[in-house]
Ligand binder design. Structure first.
Ligand SMILES: [Zn+2]
Ligand SMILES: [Zn+2]
Length: 143
């Protein structure tokens, strides 16, 4: 996904009723350019050089989440990760994620890469697709 211009980021924020403040544009820009979910700590690492502190970044992540632009997931390690809601994911909020056991990177996978079958004996949640699917292995860089 290519990065959006500041102009486009501003427009997205305003369309959701949010004021387009500098930290908000920066946080949304990071999530737009990311290829997978990012933790608050990762975003802080990326943005402190630009003069935004932890608390500011957190507050803006919450604002973006509340406004429905960003979704928040716990991928099993009890850390929240934030991810831009993309149009292509709209019908499938539970698209699978690939977690690298080497470097810990997390990437979104296309829905079609993993198929769920709600066979007899499987929990009902599977049929409703209200589950999180995680695939673990080594990414291209670590394999
Ligand atoms: Zn890796
Ligand atoms: Zn994802």
């Amino acid at each position: 996904m290519s990065a959006l211009s500041v102009q486009q980021l501003r427009a997205r924020l305003r369309a959701c009723g949010l004021r387009a403040t500098l930290p908000r544009i920066a946080v949304l820009g990071q999530l737009t350019a990311a290829e997978g979910p990012r933790s608050h700590a990762e975003l802080t690492d990326a943005l402190t050089a630009r003069g935004f502190d932890r608390a500011t970044i957190y507050r803006n992540l919450m604002d973006l989440t509340d406004a429905g632009l960003v979704s928040r997931t716990d991928l099993g390690d009890h850390r929240w990760r934030f991810e831009l809601k993309r149009a292509s994911h709209a019908q499938d909020p539970c698209h699978p994620h690939f977690i690298c056991e080497g470097c810990g990177s997390i990437a979104c996978l296309p829905e079609a890469s993993v198929e769920l079958h709600a066979v007899r004996g499987a929990p009902r949640a599977l049929r409703h697709k209200s589950v999180q699917v995680q695939v673990r292995g080594l990414c291209n860089g670590c394999a």
